[in-house]
Design a protein around this ligand. Sequence first.
Ligand code: SAH
Length: 343
Amino acid sequence: MEDLRSLTREERKQLLREMGQPAYREKQIFKWICRGASSIDEMTDLPASLRESLKERSSFEGPEIAAVQTSSDGTRKYLLRFSDGNCVEAVFMRYDYGNSLCISTQVGCAMGCRFCASTIGGKVRDLKAWEMLSEYTSVCRDTGLPINHVVLMGIGEPFDNYKEVCRFLSDIHDPDGIGLSLRNITVSTCGIVPKIEAFGRDFPQVNLAISLHASDQQEREALMPIAKAYDIDALLAACRAHGEATGRRVTFEYTLIEGKNDSEKSARALASLLKGMLCHVNLIPLNPVAETGLKSSGRERAEEFRSYLEAHGVPATIRRRLGADIDAACGQLRKNTSTEVKR
Ligand code: SAH
């Protein structure tokens, strides 16, 4: 049986029409979904008989919170398990400007970036739009706190699951439910160029982050297999076009890896690559993943790299490390957690 949440709002309206129900019932159900209801029975403003017939036609299961790690800085890392047993991570972070949630878009990842834990073991499956929404509602319910920023930077490549990601963005923005502003959402991609172009047309208000991690084609190919399909020049051209079309600043994520991409030569190449572009570089100290054998650049190197970029007209910051004591880079909780873990 299909989950009631997997239907689009239009499809749910159609289903209810067939069941002889008035149109406003769908809105009631959508509100419950956005509040994170855990069952159809919880939807107490629906007549009992309607709840029974919905239960005969559709399922409504999961996700359950399989594990939570809490950091002293308030960061909470959730392992969520869907009814088919697959797990993803969602990370709740507190900032001065509000609370933010990092959402996963796939179970595993097919992109194969050398430094990343999420891709070890490959991609298992795409997440559905409703499953991404349920990451948001599960964490809102558990913390009891509002979440006003969402970043699609968890497990998975959003643009390798483009249709469901777009549906999720429309659903979380829908004023009948959560009504999150699109300007408070950031989507991060490893660089699937045709989807960057499509995304600028489909969601020009959403912030775009690009996982660049290298200053030239050769360096990038060594770290990110996707660079072989879409080279760095095509990627940068798409980012420039995106900036011009949307008037919005693109963020480049650059993980500093000792001896791989952190030399002065790399800083110089990066500065000339991004010169004159409406952008911002987010330098990220590498979270070490044992299997990769890669190490993070030291604090001093990171600071030098940042100053070089700034001195050459490229705005750059070093990302503050939240949740350092619960650590685990993106994907590590899922990888390290056996299915028995409960909180
Ligand atoms: N697939 C998307 C989004 C998920 S990864 C993308 O590639 O952008 C979110 C960010 O974390 C990306 O910039 C990714 O490159 C980075 N990342 C992955 N593993 C990391 C690690 N071990 N240390 C630091 N950053 C990492």
